[in-house]
Design a protein around this ligand. Structure first.
Ligand code: MN
Ligand code: MN
Length: 268
């Protein structure tokens, strides 16, 4: 016979186990993808066009055939910010054997910047953090006026928000093919996009997202000639980015809230 004491112990163990399982599903091991993994990327060479790389500094979906990330996702709050200097770019030797590994030189003379997805200034508190963002798997061919203009202005605005006490869940990516570098091994995309979820409480994760949560989404042409334009000019809805990319962004957010937040265009 099972005593009441034993029964409650078993019950407790069972609850603990199921709590661990559901935690694993809603937050797959990383604070950087608490709001979702929009392309269901996996760390499996069986899907080389959607290959998940998780680092302490960010999570990304790498595309072997484009030689760039599809998207990179990262948490930002004031604790990530430091003042270490920029580093040289380095080849990502962690990519699977046999895959082309982009070199900093591949971009030389191309007319494109080595554009960071996770910005250098968002990860400059420790040498490890800096090294992670200067890996070429976090880099894509970015038109200088996009990179140094509205894209950079939005990056700076995000850091301003976190210094006001906000926590951001940011995801950025690109789509389209404009041209290629390195004999076709690296694609320069036609568009760059970013979605920023602004959370009022630190560490709240998906529970901090409500119908009132501010979400900033932008979609920029990867072109010169936009350097002096404001980032606000490129605001779109998350739905528009989902339509352009085929991803389900914010997929861990309850469906009803997603619907509400994804149809709006930020106007603050
Ligand atoms: Mn940049
Ligand atoms: Mn969605």
């Amino acid at each position: 016979m099972l005593s009441a004491k034993h029964f409650s112990m078993l019950l407790f163990a069972g609850l603990l186990l199921s709590a661990c399982r559901s935690a694993k599903v809603s937050s797959p091991g990383s604070v950087h993808v608490v709001l979702g993994n929009p392309s269901n990327a996996e760390a499996s060479t069986a899907q080389p066009e959607n290959y998940l790389i998780e680092r302490p500094q960010y999570a990304l979906s790498y595309n072997r055939d484009r030689g760039i990330p599809n998207w990179v996702s990262w948490q930002l709050n004031a604790s990530w910010l430091g003042a270490l200097p920029r580093l040289p770019f380095s080849t990502d030797d962690s990519l699977p054997d046999g895959w082309y590994r982009a070199k900093a030189d591949d971009y030389t003379g191309s007319g494109y910047d080595r554009g960071h997805m996770t910005p250098a200034a968002d990860r400059n508190r420790t040498p490890e953090d800096s090294q992670a963002v200067f890996l070429m798997s976090n880099i894509f061919p970015q038109a200088p006026d996009n990179n140094q203009g509205p894209w950079e202005k939005l990056e700076s605005y995000c850091r301003k928000l976190v210094l006001q006490g906000k926590e951001l869940e940011i995801i950025a990516g690109s789509y389209g093919t404009q041209t290629t570098l390195a004999d076709g091994k690296i694609v320069a995309p036609t568009h760059t996009w970013k979605v920023v979820v602004v959370l009022d409480r630190l560490g709240a994760g998906v529970d901090g997202v409500s119908n009132a949560t501010r979400v900033i989404a932008v979609d920029l042409p990867n072109l010169n000639g936009i350097k002096r334009k404001r980032w606000q000019k490129f605001r779109v809805s998350v739905d528009q980015i989902e339509a352009a990319t085929g991803y389900d962004l914010l997929s861990n957010v309850p469906e009803a809230i997603q619907k509400k937040l994804e149809s709006k265009v930020d106007s603050q």
